[in-house]
Design a protein around this ligand. Structure first.
Ligand code: F6R
Length: 243
């Protein structure tokens, strides 16, 4: 695992956007796995700027989601489908055809999970998966105690994660769904390159446990230690508890 400490979130965004741009120059139809939440936004802004300036051509890029709320209508502004379309797909000049995600509105949720794993494999696998990290060490929505071999499946959000995410729902925790479909840890580990971005002091404990703690289902992000090509990009605040 490689750990890169950057001065701030903007620098982290620029660094990861450049890694994505380099990948797209090598492999124009690369499948980029994207995360939602606040942390990755500087990455998407920096990558969009590179596309608009002509520094990279992303017209053949493919985008896939990491997770999705269960039961939130697809057109809800906070469904992860809506967020990824708004923050990534459209700014990059792509269309919905180049984008895939799990169906959080499916009646057969288990079937939707299995079909998403098949779709990822059928697309040739994820080339670069961008990850955020929860304050409890989750990646995707693999909350603590998730199996390190897990596949895409339904999960129940912890109270802490629902509190953390209430800010996207007018601060009203009652509007935050209880369930999500998330790529499993085993699914995530199949991506060719994992890039985790963590910024801010609130992530410092989770980062320290991820990087310096034992590999443990109690800290799902620690599974990155098992991956042959994992990069953890942290700002100085998020790195503050590393030894
Ligand atoms: C969302 C996801 C989550 C977030 C994590 C951190 O797609 O994968 O693991 O990355 O909850 O969220 P922020 O960045 O908002 O602190």
């Amino acid at each position: 695992m490689e750990v890169v400490i950057v001065p701030d979130a903007k620098a982290g965004g620029e660094l990861i956007a450049e890694a994505m741009a380099a990948l797209l120059r090598r492999k124009p139809d690369a499948l980029l796995g994207v995360a939602t939440g606040s942390t990755p936004l500087p990455v998407y802004e920096a990558l969009t700027a590179k596309v608009r300036s002509g520094a990279v051509d992303a017209s053949r890029a493919r985008i896939c989601q990491l997770d999705e709320y269960v039961g939130l209508p697809a057109e809800h502004p906070e469904s992860y489908r809506s967020v990824v379309l708004r923050e990534v797909v459209r700014p990059l000049g792509l269309t919905e055809e180049s984008f895939m995600g799990p169906d959080g509105t499916a009646e057969d949720v288990q079937g939707a999970c299995e079909s998403y794993d098949r779709a990822l494999a059928g697309a040739g696998g994820v080339d670069l998966q961008l990850l955020g990290i929860g304050t409890d060490g989750h990646i995707g929505f693999n909350e603590p105690c998730s199996s390190l071999a897990s596949r895409t499946r339904i999960k129940t959000l912890t109270q802490q994660t629902r509190v953390d995410n209430a800010r996207f729902f007018d601060g009203d925790i009652d509007q935050v769904p209880h369930h999500v479909i998330t790529q499993g840890i085993g699914t995530i580990l199949e991506a060719r390159h994992l890039v985790l971005l963590a910024t801010g002091e609130g992530k410092a404990d989770a980062v320290a446990q991820t990087v310096e703690g034992p590999v443990s289902a109690l800290v799902p992000a620690s599974a990155l230690q098992l991956h042959p090509h994992a990069t953890v990009v942290v700002d100085e605040a998020a790195a503050s508890k590393l030894k």
